[in-house]
Ligand binder design. Sequence first.
Ligand code: G
Ligand code: G
Ligand code: MN
Ligand code: NA
Length: 254
Amino acid sequence: HALHRALSQAVQRGELSLHYQPQVRLTDGAPLGVEALLRWHHPRLGVVPPAEFIGVAEDSGLIIPLGDWVLEQALRQWVQWHDQGVPCARVAVNVSVAQFRQGDFPHRVQAALRRTGAPAHALELELTESVLAHDAEAALATTEALRALGVPLAIDDFGTGYSSLAYLRRFAVQRLKIDRSFVADVGRDGDAEAIVDLIAALAQRLGLQTVAEGVENPTQGALLLARGCQLAQGYAYARPMPPDECASWLRTAG
Ligand code: G
Ligand code: G
Ligand code: MN
Ligand code: NA
């Protein structure tokens, strides 16, 4: 369909870009990294939000070349910032199910690291629970290969998926990103707080870090810190920004 045709030309036409949203340490607000978020500037439609085109890209297989582009672009940005002394420990990249399921996914990641010269620890791959739940044996092999490369993994939207907790034991993940639906209700809903407490306690026992997503004000940030979260991302600190704006933000906050 039309959206698919337009999207398939978007890379060559230079219509895609990445915005970056900082992640901060809750104790002192120090920036620790950024998440890369894809943006499509369509000449007629304007900015098309990822929610409207990631699904189309996944269904059509376009997510494969698109995902490769995002990975390489994000790593290039990290290297540029590193060379310029912009404080940014790592860049997190979202990975869709179709990308992750390619047999050669770890190889593609390794190739992107080589091409850009970025070290593995500069990258973090964000996987959703459904990515890991789909074919557990294949997913285990893929996460092990990524671990062998030294690439950290995070579980995105944690707490909203279908999978069991068993995979936390089996898969070598470093961080849990607490879904913003729970974060939004901290301070006003005991059930959401119970879930945040549980995730923070579980993460601590398993030696994982927690990232609270969608933190919209300093009060929420303080409450999340008190409940055991280490990192936060959200409008309270910074919105997703174009690279130059994000670099200025990182320099000021760092
Ligand atoms: O930036 P936010 O505006 O609206 O992003 C919406 C959703 O799109 C998020 O859930 C995010 O995971 C997803 N998304 C953003 N960029 C990418 C990307 O590069 N690859 C994949 N697979 N998903 C992305
Ligand atoms: O991959 P993921 O679903 O985590 O993508 C992050 C999404 O959350 C993006 O769409 C981003 O624009 C959005 N986002 C980032 N910070 C906030 C926030 O503080 N509040 C809300 N509602 N959304 C946020
Ligand atoms: Mn994400
Ligand atoms: Na998320």
